[in-house]
Design a protein around this ligand. Structure first.
Ligand code: ADP
Ligand code: ZN
Length: 606
């Protein structure tokens, strides 16, 4: 194990293993099969990369996405590890060259797409000295998983052809059926299943209910401005919204690109590359974006609309903070989304399951218990404590006697003959002059204007609470109109008391500064010495990245940079102690980085 720790520092610059990494590596070195479940950013790659370096021969890594392969290979090569990729986008000549290198034993890790693998099993694989086989994104093999790829189902032949080579299957998707499916289809022999915690304590969780479209854009602009220089993704439900929002942000002076599957391939690729290379900081995207993006310094993820299930949501927010630094997930929750998503679910062909999943997601948004506990419970993890890093923990709900408010709302619903939806009820309560209100004579109702003193947003949230508390329900079959329940009638007619939670002020959630705790790199120039140094280091990193044609985070990630700011290494030895600095990077980049740090600190040149 000591030797492996040394290799970890030498090649990757890390001083210790993350939870489970060491156990998994030990297991695979005993030539045994394994299934590894770790959340995105948990550190799966090291689990096969390190044994691949340690063992004689070549490790084959099956990976579904060319972009992901490219990133991993570049990362390995930049750390001085001989690695290559074979996929169908290369020319025959290129492939021949790589194959020759493999056969000569000059490549420690060979990344290969499943299609290519099938073509190469007979000729190439049987000529290699195989150390291990890693199947990345292994959930793609299962029809139960959310990303089924038919090519993956042929991988069963690996065990038949190479029974003595250990197979490691890796995924970030946890559910039980998928797990069993992976083990069966890959014919794993008595595999040990390693499940690491799905907790991502560095990710703060916030749900902001009740904002309409325009208010959301305003809140987002404010949010981004308070986080100068940070990269983030905004997930939207529709293609149109990604475009509109990107335009609105651009008009507000924020560089943002749209991304969705309906865009021409070149534009999509450009948006993705610009984002990876820090040329634009913000992408407004549908969920088509993100798979295969390994960018470690995404600082925040916003959901402009509620996602359709918790698995998807967790995977999407997992794209923030892969480097372990503080990051934020913000979700805008709104009943209009629930209605749209319900419709999708009902039409999906698997309506029962999908409606159930949607309901779990909705309960998450509406919950007033620790949000992280809900998520981890969903993934069958036991949690004993509240997390202290979600909006519920940070601003526990305060309650008040809301009987009068509830009575006003229910009364408005009853007086329309229970024929209207949420927006109209609020308009009646607030005494709106909207045409529809006047033409239907709602301005003559006794409750018209009875709730003027409460803002639109607050009413919106109180009505949500009334739905959750069971005073009201939505009649989905009849144009989503609101109906008073028997319990509601008790409050309305029998004097039963109703308790509501105070609506939290909006500014709190998006307050600037909250995010800047905890050693983050803040690039605003001209302020403290620390920021000057951070800024200079980032610029140097970008310059090198441009010159080498790789994304900046492959040179050093944000974690390494913030350690440089904190430790201020002024010699190569000190530089080598920074996390993420292995031998290769110390030699290659150490001199320029140290020189820059000495310069910024006004130390004499060496
Ligand atoms: P996954 O494939 O599980 O999503 P990665 O393998 O890409 O995650 O790792 C996520 C990040 O964590 C990477 O930046 C990686 O370099 C870093 N990392 C992995 N293992 C360690 C470790 N032992 N110490 C410090 N950082 C690590
Ligand atoms: Zn919490």
């Amino acid at each position: 194990m000591k030797e492996l720790s040394l290799l970890l520092k030498k090649f990757f610059g890390y001083t210790s293993f993350r939870p489970l990494q060491a156990e998994i590596i030990r297991h695979i070195l005993l030539k045994k099969d394994a299934l590894v479940l770790m959340p995105t950013g948990g550190g799966k790659s090291i689990c096969f990369q390190l044994p691949a370096i340690y063992l004689p021969g070549t490790a084959v890594v099956i990976s579904p996405l060319i972009a992901l392969m490219k990133d991993q290979v570049e990362g390995l090569v930049s750390n001085g590890i001989p690695a290559a990729a074979l996929n169908s986008s290369q020319s025959e000549e290129e492939r021949q060259q790589i194959k020759q290198l493999c056969i000569q034993g000059k490549i420690k890790l060979l990344y290969i797409s499943p299609e290519r693998l099938m073509a190469e099993t007979d000729y190439l694989l049987s000529r290699l000295d195989l150390s291990l086989i890693a199947v990345d994104e292994a959930h793609c093999i299962s029809q139960w998983g959310h990303d089924f790829r038919p090519e993956y189902t042929q991988l069963a032949i690996l065990k038949e052809r190479f029974p003595q080579v250990p197979i490691m299957a890796l995924t970030a998707t946890a559910d039980k059926i998928t797990r069993t499916d992976i083990i069966e289809q890959l014919r794993l022999r008595d595999p040990k299943v390693f499940i690491s915690s799905f907790d991502r304590p560095n990710l703060s969780l916030t749900v902001l209910p009740g904002l309409g479209g325009r208010e959301k854009s305003k809140a987002i602009i404010q949010f981004i401005r308070a986080r100068h220089g940070q990269s983030g993704i905004i997930y939207c439900l529709s293609r149109k919204t990604t475009e509109n929002l990107a335009e609105r942000l651009s008009a507000a002076g924020i560089d943002a690109s749209a991304y969705h599957a309906g865009m021409p391939a070149e534009l999509r690729e450009k948006a993705q590359n610009d984002f990876i290379n820090d040329r634009i900081k913000v992408v407004c995207a549908t969920i088509a974006f993100g798979m295969g993006i390994d960018k470690s310094n995404v600082r925040w993820v916003i959901h402009y609309n509620m996602p359709k299930c918790i698995e998807g949501y967790y995977q999407e927010i997992g794209r923030a903070g892969r480097d372990g630094l503080k990051s934020e997930a913000l979700l805008f929750y709104n009943y209009a989304d629930v209605i749209t998503l319900r419709k999708f679910a009902e039409e999906s062909g698997q309506s029962e399951i999908n409606l159930e999943k949607l309901q779990r997601m909705q309960r998450y948004c509406e919950s007033d218990v620790c949000r992280r506990r809900i998520l981890l419970n969903y993934f069958n993890e036991e949690v004993e404590h509240d997390c202290g890093n979600c909006d519920v923990c940070l601003h526990p709900p305060r309650r008040f006697d809301g009987t009068v408010l509830v009575q006003k709302a229910l009364s408005a619903v009853v007086r329309t003959g229970q024929q209207v939806g949420m927006q109209t009820v609020i308009d009646i309560l607030r005494g709106s002059y909207r045409n529809e209100i006047l033409s239907k004579g709602y301005n003559l109702l006794k409750t018209y204007g009875a709730g003027k003193d409460v803002s639109y947003r607050e009413w919106h949230e109180y009505l949500h609470q009334m739905l959750q508390l069971g005073y009201l329900e939505i009649d989905y079959a009849h144009a989503n109109t609101l109906k008073v329940t028997p319990l509601g009638n008790k409050v309305l007619f029998e004097g039963q008391k109703a308790t509501l939670a105070v609506v939290r002020p909006q500014e709190k959630e998006t307050a600037p500064g909250k995010a800047s705790k905890g050693g983050k790199i803040r690039p605003r120039a001209g302020s403290s010495a620390e920021e000057t140094l951070a800024d200079a280091l980032r610029q140097l990193r970008s310059r090198i990245a441009r010159k080498e044609g790789v994304p900046p985070y492959l040179i050093f990630n944000d974690q390494s940079l913030s350690e440089m700011v904190a430790q201020r290494p002024v010699s190569l030895d000190e530089f080598g102690r920074i996390s993420g600095v292995g031998d290769r990077k110390r030699e290659r980049y150490g001199p320029v980085f140290v020189e820059l740090i000495r310069f910024v600190l006004h130390l004499p040149e060496k």
